[in-house]
Design a protein around this ligand. Structure first.
Ligand SMILES: [Ca+2]
Length: 221
């Protein structure tokens, strides 16, 4: 450390040396900036093993209805091979899970009303997707005349970011305990919908079934 009395005896740096030093430091700064940009650019994208989560299920069923009224809609799904349909009273099957049972406004102050069901793995076989009106605690003239519009989306994910929409439409329920089969379809070993297997004009009751006779259901197909 140079103390104050000796500072005055140091030779003064010529202006050309100061300019040269500034040029060197400026060039070094530009090099550092370009180096950082280069490293960032060539950094490879994260692999799936690095924590990238693809999808919670291979078939996902989303059900949504207007949220301002106190209405409880239930989703019921039966996949061929499951011992019974999966719904609010039996929420976890062999491959099928009900992740969210929406109860209307009970325990929920948001205006978002939706249920979410997933099927884990690419499971070949027949699928039945039903919706059921469990309760309407708030009636309105619009419900009485037009019913409750319920959007249903069925998608299949193949393990990465791509997906296929199997079904997307709106179905109307008008009264408590009313149930509708939204869609039935069959997937092959590759997860592709079997040709001519998809139907939207059948009704196969599922809600609350504790036992199931596959032969009976498949006869209804
Ligand atoms: Ca529900």
């Amino acid at each position: 450390m140079i103390t104050a009395p000796f500072r005055n005896f140091l030779p003064e740096e010529p202006p050309s040396s100061i300019a040269f030093r500034d040029v060197i430091f400026g060039a070094l700064g530009i090099f550092v900036v370009f180096f950082i940009l280069f490293i960032t650019h060539i950094n490879p994208p994260a692999k799936k093993d690095d924590g990238d989560i693809t999808s919670p299920g291979n078939v996902i069923i989303k059900v949504e209805w207007p949220g301002k009224l106190d209405i409880d809609i239930d989703t019921w799904v039966w996949l061929e091979g499951e011992p019974r349909p999966v719904g609010y009273s039996y929420s976890h099957g062999v491959h099928v899970d009900l992740l969210r049972d929406d109860l209307g406004l009970t325990y929920d102050e948001t205006n978002e009303k939706f249920e979410l069901m997933i099927v884990r793995g690419t499971i070949p076989g027949r699928y039945i997707i039903n919706i059921h009106c469990f309760s309407i605690k708030e009636y309105s003239s619009k419900i009485a005349s037009e019913g409750i519009p319920i959007k249903v989306l069925v998608e299949r994910f193949d393990g990465n970011s791509s997906h296929t929409i199997i079904y997307s439409n709106s179905v109307v329920l008008k009264e408590v305990k009313e149930e509708k089969t939204v869609v039935v379809f069959e997937l092959d070993e590759n997860g592709t919908v079997v040709r001519n297997s998809k139907a939207t004009n059948k009704f196969i009751p599922l809600a609350g079934r504790k036992t199931i006779n596959p032969q009976f259901l498949l006869k209804e197909w």
